[in-house]
Design a protein around this ligand. Structure first.
Ligand code: 5GP
Length: 205
């Protein structure tokens, strides 16, 4: 079976997107997370090739010109992009791929791959978003302020996504995210291919 599903997940910084996505991937290990390229400096504990491919801006700009990105955008003053060949290779081989990207990238992906499934994660309230962002402890105060300021722009695009999840209780939000993945797998276009043998057997005279 070829052509897996492309999932796109976006959220304002501090909504808990990465924690949710990591928990989803533990439960659905057949989905692979795309590792983005970025010009952002690594945070403590982040590894090259695992969390991001950290690159210098001139190299990133050259890669844009070479057309290696499926999508790319400037977010919070840094460049981020998704490698086209890695994602398309996995999808063509029948694997599901998840992109954790911002609204601008999601818009580009939706345009090029309209059958992708896009999900937006909302925090339960503004004070809670602030609390989570400040509590993370991995960013400088000015970086936090910039991310808080930019969160309004990100949230203003929530309606462009196929699904919206409010991450209030973590377990509920995770169940919602998993429900979306499971529902996609039950779509008849996929299920007919997967259950071809069963359907043939049931139709046999
Ligand atoms: P962070 O610096 O906190 O890891 O990510 C900042 C923002 O950049 C998040 O909204 C994240 O989803 C977004 N982002 C990460 N990788 C990509 C990417 O490859 N493309 C785009 N467009 N956004 C990305």
């Amino acid at each position: 079976m070829s052509d897996g599903t492309l999932f796109v997940v976006a959220a304002p910084s501090g909504a808990g997107k990465s924690t949710l996505v990591n928990a989803l991937l533990e439960r659905e290990p057949q989905i692979s997370l795309s590792v983005s390229h970025t010009t952002r400096p690594p945070r403590v504990g982040e590894q090259y090739g695992r969390h991001y491919f950290f690159v210098e801006r001139p190299d990133f700009e050259r890669e844009i010109a070479e057309g290696i990105f499926l999508e790319h955008a400037e977010v919070h003053g840094n460049l981020y992009g998704t490698s086209r060949t890695v994602v398309e290779g996995k999808l063509t081989a029948g694997g599901d791929v998840l992109l954790e990207i911002d609204w601008q990238g999601a818009r580009q992906v939706r345009k090029g791959k309209p059958d992708c499934v896009s999900v937006f994660i909302l925090p339960p309230s503004r004070p809670e978003l602030e609390r989570r962002l400040r509590g993370r402890g991995s960013d400088a105060p000015e970086v936090i302020e910039r991310r808080l300021f930019n969160s309004r722009e990100e949230i203003a695009h929530a309606h462009e996504f196929d699904y919206i999840i409010v991450n209030d209780r973590f377990e509920d939000a995770l169940a919602d995210l998993q429900a979306i993945v499971r529902a996609v797998r039950l779509r008849s276009a996929w299920a007919c291919k997967r259950h071809e043998a069963l359907i043939e057997e049931l139709l046999a005279p």
